[in-house]
Ligand binder design. Structure first.
Ligand SMILES: [Zn+2]
Length: 265
């Protein structure tokens, strides 16, 4: 979360500082510097690759800010059985909502397999629990305009304003997101909600917590953009970052924020 964005990233990459915000993510846009539109068709593989990260490091959000317990206290959790709920407008495309749930399920499975002391349970359909979910994902199709694609606003012991979108402004150069893009972006944003910052190098790494798994290419004749995907890595390093967030649980200690701000990959 401390990575400065480069000049080529200014369209979308902006960071905000708002009360209790630990992440405003602008997951999108590495402009392909020498665009070759003929090769720009999305070349995609599996939804995710799993294993070692190609990143140098991944930021750990918990503990990198002042965490004195008062207003503006940064995100961290004093429990490990996290819940998440998805809220979407009525009449939303069910494919898109399903993609968001699949993104959450991806984390659910990954944690259950690899870091079972931390759990993430989708309680969207549990009326008694969804109102108090630790993490709330809002699907706001047109949110963000041209500025961002995903946005995770987290506070003390909760992350109640994770926003994902899919629709780009009509008439602009950018195509809408498809469900796979939305699913992957959900994994990225929920990764923030779980305590991860960004992986570096931000624009090049394919780690799901970086931006290098999606680039733009521009058609020089129309000025229209197309996305160029590379399969993101849901990485061992992501997992280590979350383990740092929940260090207290792993060590049997009283709950406390992470004691490191970054994990070397
Ligand atoms: Zn992000």
């Amino acid at each position: 979360m401390t990575t400065p964005h480069t000049a080529t990233f200014t369209r979308l990459a902006r960071r905000y500082a708002v009360l209790a915000i630990t992440t405003v993510c602008t997951l999108l846009a590495a402009l392909v510097t020498a665009p070759l539109f003929a090769t720009a068709a999305a070349a995609d593989g599996p939804l995710f690759n799993y294993g070692p990260s190609d990143a140098d490091a991944i930021a750990v959000q918990s503990g990198v800010y002042d965490h004195t317990g008062g207003p503006g206290t940064p995100q961290w959790y004093d429990h490990t059985n996290l819940t998440v709920a998805v809220f979407a407008p009525p009449n939303t495309d069910p494919q898109m909502v399903a993609a968001i749930h699949q993104g959450i399920a991806t984390w659910h499975r990954f944690l259950a397999d690899r870091l079972p002391i931390v759990s993430l349970t989708d309680v969207t359909n549990d009326a008694s629990r969804r109102g108090s979910a630790d993490i709330v994902v809002h699907y706001a199709p047109h949110a963000g305009g041209v500025v961002w694609g995903g946005n995770a606003i987290c506070g003390y012991q909760h992350c109640s304003n994770v926003v994902v979108k899919s629709e780009e402004p009509p008439g602009g150069p950018y195509p809408d997101f498809d469900p796979i893009r939305l699913l992957r972006m959900t994994v990225h944003e929920v990764g923030h909600a779980l305590g991860l910052g960004h992986a570096t190098p931000l624009l090049e790494s394919r780690d799901v917590m970086a931006y290098g798994w999606v680039h733009y290419a521009v058609d020089p004749t129309t000025g229209k953009y197309t996305y160029v995907y590379r399969t993101p890595i849901l990485s061992d390093c992501d997992l280590r970052g979350i383990a740092a967030t929940f260090e207290w649980a792993l060590k049997g200690q009283a709950p406390h924020p992470a004691t490191v701000s970054s994990i070397d990959c």
